[in-house]
Design a protein around this ligand. Sequence first.
Ligand code: HEM
Length: 211
Amino acid sequence: MRNSNTLELRKSTISKKIGWGFMLLLAILLFVLASRYLTLDPNVYFPEQRDVYMDNTVFLLMHIIGSMLAILIGPFQFLRNIRTGRYLNLHRWLGRVYLLSVLFGGLGGSYMATIAYGGPVARLGFITLAALWLVSGFMAYINIRNKKIEQHQKWMIVNYALTFAGVTLRLWQVIFGSIGVDFLSGYIIVAWLCWLPNLFVAFWINNRKLI
Ligand code: HEM
């Protein structure tokens, strides 16, 4: 009985590590993909939004730089070794940078959402995502200020699941593209699909206290 419990525990530790590694890999891929925008070369922008991005470069850059930092820092904040013991200070500093990045990325994203491709339905999807991103970041901050560690962790899980919309959006676009859905219809659906399932996964993790 004891042996089978130890085996189960080891299996779950291994699958958590694989899951974490996969999350980091996707985060790095998005970081690299998004960094092309820092060249400010309009050829990098997707053609349907090229003029919009050229007219709103400040908000676009604010969004992309903030989001790039958040997507990359996030995974390290979930490592138990960094959350406790002698690395706690590193966790605190990375946490401050992460939340400021979400603030910048979220404010830039909120503005970009109002002029996003795909019309009102897509825009509403992005506006809702940006609002939830900012609110969950704020809740995570308030809870840690009040020393409510468990609540802070839960809000951070929700927040990073929303940050991860940057990854899932592009994955859904690849899937829709490969099954022949036209770009505009796919974009409208993906504006919602990029974050709604992520939110459910975050609630599921929080209910099962998986970290
Ligand atoms: C999680 C909250 C996020 C929100 C609310 C959000 C919102 C938006 C919006 C509204 C646009 C403009 C889309 C359009 O013009 O149609 C945009 C574009 C963009 N965002 Fe985000 N985004 C988020 C996360 C991220 C993340 C985590 C990254 C990457 C690190 C990212 C990178 C980009 C890039 C590179 C663009 C330029 C357009 C493209 O290549 O698809 N975003 N975002």
